[in-house]
Write a protein that binds this ligand. Structure first.
Ligand SMILES: [Zn+2]
Length: 269
């Protein structure tokens, strides 16, 4: 009897410590992932200098966000900001276990856009905003990336919204995106850049890379005389494939892939 009590007590202690470590561990892991994603976006030319901003939603609803004006190539986890769900500052991720605040950094000026995305999409766990040059070129020209040319677009990327221009860093940008948030995960922001949603940072990262890759291919096809469109039947079948739970390529399941896995969704190579 006594042994059982001790065992139960130990279990409670272990579980309590486990929960505390889990939150701290989650923040440390995701702050690190955020920096890895920034470095990868920078290395691939999808953002440069201090451009772009990334965020991830913690399991308790708080957000980790890149700091304003930071060089994404060399971002440190200690400079990642932790915000409440409404975008107000909680503290720097590196100070989660104490009361100190890192006052040397401010959250990204696009926090409002990130907060608006999370509020509208409970399934979104990551938001990435970058300036990939070719996809941003499509946005700047007001040209949609067609959904009936490359299978990856309807199957992996999904519908791509063309969002009218709104000044960066202002509430107008979140408002401009609002009508598209319910049924899109990719947003071409006119005269500005691209924003994507994901169920994880890796999901959002892969989606951002796929959008830029699709834009490059379509651009080259147009330089060579114009893309050949898929048949209506095939385009419809591909769209249905994305919505099928059996394909493992829906919005929620791509997230299980990792940066390094190099895995293509089933059915695509
Ligand atoms: Zn931007």
């Amino acid at each position: 009897m006594g042994g059982s009590f001790i065992a139960r007590t130990r279990n409670r202690v272990v579980l309590k410590v486990g929960r505390e470590e889990s939150l701290h561990g989650e923040i440390a892991r995701l702050a690190q992932e955020l920096c890895v994603a920034c470095a990868r976006l920078h290395a691939r030319g999808l953002l440069s200098g201090v451009e772009g901003n990334l965020s991830v939603r913690l399991s308790n609803g708080d957000l980790l966000v890149t700091p304003s004006g930071a060089d994404k190539a060399t971002l440190s986890p200690n400079t990642v900001m932790r915000l409440h769900a409404d975008g107000t500052l909680r503290h720097a991720a590196g100070t989660i276990t104490d009361s100190a605040r890192d006052t040397a950094h401010r959250p990204s000026s696009e926090v409002g856009m990130h907060v608006g995305c999370y509020a509208a999409r409970p399934d979104a766990r990551a938001v990435i905003h970058a300036h990939p040059p070719v996809a941003t070129g499509f946005a700047t020209a007001g040209c949609p990336i067609p959904a009936d040319v490359l299978p990856e677009v309807p199957v992996v990327i999904g519908p791509i919204a063309l969002v009218p221009y709104a000044r960066p860093g202002t509430p107008a940008l979140a408002e401009a995106m609002q009508p598209f948030l319910a049924d899109h995960e990719v947003f071409l922001l006119a005269n500005h850049g691209v924003t994507v949603l994901g169920t994880s940072l890796s999901d959002a990262m892969l989606r951002m890379e796929s959008v830029e890759q699709a834009a490059r291919i379509v651009l080259v096809a147009r330089l060579l005389g114009g893309e050949q469109r898929l048949s209506t039947v095939e385009a419809s079948a591909l769209s249905a494939l994305r919505l099928s739970n059996a394909t493992s390529v829906t919005f929620g399941t791509i997230a299980r892939r990792t940066y390094s896995a190099g895995v293509s969704p089933e059915g695509l190579t």
